[in-house]
Design a protein around this ligand. Structure first.
Ligand SMILES: [Zn+2]
Length: 153
């Protein structure tokens, strides 16, 4: 599921307010356009139209690729100091799934078992690196003749 919302953000530098789109989650299979923003480092990054100040809006973010079957959950690093944050997880480090999601896995069966294996990260750059890792890996294992463009920039 892709969840994006419009928020009014006040510039931390010049205090001018402006609207921007915040992404809580991005399903790249459904919303490929969001991936470009992520790869260009613009996703959830505030850019002030008045003074040019640029700053990440540090909110949790989920990246989900249904084709390659992986998902990444990003949490702001300050979450690590929050007692309640740890209540979201099972003992094996996986996030407790909402009941609805558990049911989907039951219905879809084996192919959706990956939804029980999130890659949890505390750095947005790590989201990018893991996406590249999985995409190059999938490309190489697909038996494609040409090398993935990332290997030959
Ligand atoms: Zn500003």
């Amino acid at each position: 599921m892709t969840l994006e919302r419009n928020e009014s953000i006040e510039c931390p530098s010049c205090h001018q307010s402006q609207g921007m789109v915040l992404w809580d989650s991005l399903n790249v299979t459904v919303t490929p356009s969001g991936k470009k923003e992520l790869l260009e480092g613009r996703l959830n990054v505030f850019h002030c139209e008045k003074c040019g100040h640029q700053e990440a809006v540090d909110i949790p973010f989920v990246y989900h690729d249904m084709d390659l079957k992986f998902w990444i959950s990003y949490f702001p690093v300050d979450s690590l100091k929050d007692y309640d944050f740890y209540l979201l997880f099972e003992g094996n480090g996986q996030q407790k799934l909402p009941a609805a999601q558990s049911e989907i896995i039951d219905i879809l069966g084996e192919g959706s078992a990956y939804m029980n294996m999130q890659h949890i990260v505390f750095d947005m750059d790590e989201v990018l690196r893991y996406v590249i890792f999985r995409e190059v890996l999938a490309h190489q294992q697909s038996g494609a003749a040409a090398r993935h463009p990332f290997l030959d920039p």
